[in-house]
Design a protein. Structure first.
Length: 209
């Protein structure tokens, strides 16, 4: 079954408070999301494989560790997921970035894919799917469906804030996908918004209404 990791690092929790604050403006909101994404990337990459190489220090030759060349891919769910990409790329600059766009069908309320552009070597990459919010779980499930359909086998999901309902839906649909969260909130309200949440992440990132 999927593991759920909730990050309690003081820096993440501190910055998340200001992300939640309705008085935080677009510029600061964007910078904070970027910073929290970097901090979360530090944790989410903890299990990346290493190998030994020989290196010569100013004193002598020694064995030291480097990443074992595992190929990484980031997939933001459009549009709000874009706000987390640069923060992760600071730590994993060689990662390739795909994009998946989804909209909600007004009749069925189910997410429908309208755009997918992924690296050509999907089968060989470890993917991190990113979206600031995991609310109902519908978009995350559909984005991961899209990746698996194209051959992805190793996927993690990362978000800032999740509702318990969304976590349950994602775990049920994709028991092989671990979930990384900065904060697990109380619930969804009648409109599908996370409570207490942070409002609409896309609008706050891009200054739209």
């Amino acid at each position: 079954m999927a593991k759920v990791f909730v990050f309690d690092h003081p820096l993440i929790q501190h910055k998340l408070t200001y992300i939640r604050d309705k008085n935080t403006g677009t510029k600061e909101f964007r910078e904070l999301v970027d910073e929290v994404a970097t901090l979360m990337a530090f944790e989410i990459t903890r299990d990346m494989p290493l190998e030994d190489i020989e290196v010569e220090t100013p004193v002598q030759k020694t064995k030291s560790k480097v990443l074992a060349g595992k190929k990484m891919g980031l997939v933001p769910i459009l549009r709000a997921g874009i706000g987390m990409v640069d923060g992760i790329l600071k730590l994993i600059p060689a990662a390739k970035v795909g994009h998946i766009g989804l909209y909600r069908d007004p009749e069925t309320l189910k997410p429908v894919e309208y755009y997918a552009k992924l690296p050509s070597d999907v089968e060989e990459r470890d993917f991190i799917v990113v979206d600031p919010m995991l609310a109902t779980g519908g978009s995350a499930v559909e984005a991961i469906n899209s990746l698996k359909k194209r051959g992805a086998k190793h996927i993690k999901f990362m978000c800032l804030i999740a509702a318990p309902e969304g976590v349950d839906v994602l775990k049920e649909a994709h028991p092989d996908v671990d979930i990384y969260i900065a904060a697990l909130d109380e619930k969804l309200n009648d409109h599908g918004y996370i409570v207490p949440g942070l409002g609409d992440a896309g609008d706050r990132l891009f200054g739209t209404k």
